[in-house]
Ligand binder design. Structure first.
Ligand code: HEC
Ligand code: HEC
Length: 365
């Protein structure tokens, strides 16, 4: 087939009667939106998007590794969430439109926590202690819990494979992929949608100036900042991302060890024809990893992280677990407690060669 020039290709895709063609086009538009640097609402401009008044980043791609492509800046993708703080709301916003104050700087101190394995090896874990940096801080926050942006590849196929509700977000609190997308627009970017129509995003009643600030031009129905087509295209893009490919060859011995330790009970190798190494459900992993929700039953529960793509994450030196406290797979395993306590203790009881075999298996996923 003769190659078409880009505008022609676009026109052809627009006119294409087949579903697949328009789905592809939607994904291309969605990819551009995912990388788009949104602009703040000016007092007069009707062309602005309505980013903010408070926000954490200007683009989805600034926080989400992989899907955005390119190298992540240090500390990018890390946010501080609250169980609805009266001053800060649901999340600490570290950036603001001109004329507004960011809620504060996010600072993390690390506490060392040594662990002793059965053979006497000492492993020093680190626990993050989040702090809101002065002088910007508007109030002493309730403790809050750190969250690191997860990889997004393959989630669209998971959505198809999951028979029941739940599965998305770090606590598996979202039933559909659309929910974390509109929540990201609200909390991370301060852009309103039909699902979250408040144009001030996460500004609380303790932040009246921010609530009254200029908003986007209301291109969406009902005056919201984003039209439904934008969310639709972002979803089409996420759904077009194939699952991460394994970095190593199949390793039956390593897989056997993984299963015999009990890891596979949560990190299900197979799910609806996919190999995600997750059941996409929340489990109680004990007090050591808990976030500070008023209900400790919620605080201790986290969604089983899909281990597909783990090999690549380790190669890129990306930190692990919901808040990035683990610097490698061994540290991640040693933090497991609660319902995963026996599996973690099983690992800590292995001789060194067996531990190395399990870690090599994980490095190939
Ligand atoms: C400031 C950083 C940041 C930005 C910007 C951001 N996200 Fe996220 N994203 C996160 C964090 C942190 C989580 C995990 C939150 C949780 O579940 O507690 C997350 C979770 C998600 C999830 C759920 C993933 C899963 O494994 O279930 C999706 C989907 C998502 N984001 C899409 C987006 C889209 C689309 C955008 C742009 C509109 C975006 N995000 C912008 C930080 C960010
Ligand atoms: C009871 C369910 C359960 C069992 C059993 C379990 N895990 Fe997990 N795993 C989880 C959950 C939940 C998380 C996410 C915890 C968090 O982010 O705080 C997780 C996270 C991880 C991570 C971090 C991945 C990343 O990219 O951040 C690794 C590695 C891991 N598990 C490996 C294992 C291994 C190896 C075993 C067996 C020794 C195991 N897990 C047993 C539920 C389980």
């Amino acid at each position: 087939m003769k190659r078409l020039a880009a505008p022609l290709l676009l026109a052809a895709a627009l006119l294409a009667p087949d579903q697949a063609g328009s789905r592809d086009l939607d994904a291309v538009v969605g990819k551009a939106l995912f990388r788009r640097i949104w602009t703040v609402a000016g007092a007069s401009s009707r062309q602005s998007d309505g980013l903010g008044p408070l926000f954490n980043a200007r683009a989805c791609a600034s926080c989400h590794e992989g899907a955005g492509g390119g190298q992540m800046a240090d500390g990018a993708g890390l946010v501080l969430r609250f169980d609805d703080d009266p001053a800060y709301g649901r999340q600490l916003q570290t950036a603001a439109a001109p004329g507004h104050q960011p809620e504060g700087r996010l600072e993390v101190r690390w506490q060392a926590e040594p662990r002793r394995l059965a053979d006497g090896t000492i492993v020093t874990l680190r626990r993050p202690v989040p702090q809101v940096g002065a002088p910007d801080a508007i109030a002493e926050p309730s403790r809050g819990s750190l969250r690191l942006a997860p990889g997004l590849a393959g989630l669209g196929m998971v959505e198809q494979a999951l028979a029941e509700a739940g599965g998305f977000g770090l606590k598996a609190m979202h039933a559909t992929l659309a929910q974390p997308v509109t929540e990201a627009l609200l909390l991370d970017l301060g852009l309103s949608t039909a699902e979250h129509p408040e144009p001030w995003g996460d500004c609380t009643e303790a932040e009246p100036g921010c609530r009254k600030g200029p908003h986007g031009s209301g291109k969406g129905e009902g005056g919201v900042e984003l039209a439904p087509g934008i969310v639709h295209s972002l979803l089409a893009y996420l759904r077009s991302l194939p699952p991460p490919a394994p970095t190593g060859p199949p390793d039956p011995d390593g897989e056997h060890l993984f299963t015999s330790l009990g890891c596979a009970a949560c990190h299900r190798p197979e799910l609806g024809g996919l190999r995600p190494y997750s059941d996409f459900r929340a489990h109680d992993l004990g007090p050591g990893l808990a976030s500070d929700e008023r209900d400790p039953a919620i605080g201790q529960r986290w969604r089983t992280t899909p281990l597909w793509g783990l090999g690549r994450r380790l190669m890129q030196g990306r930190p692990l677990l919901h808040d990035g406290r683990a610097r490698d797979a061994q540290e991640a395993i040693l933090w497991h407690d609660g319902a995963a306590g026996a599996a973690s203790a099983g690992y800590a009881g292995l001789p060194e060669a067996e531990r190395a075999r399990l870690l090599a298996f994980l490095g190939g996923l």
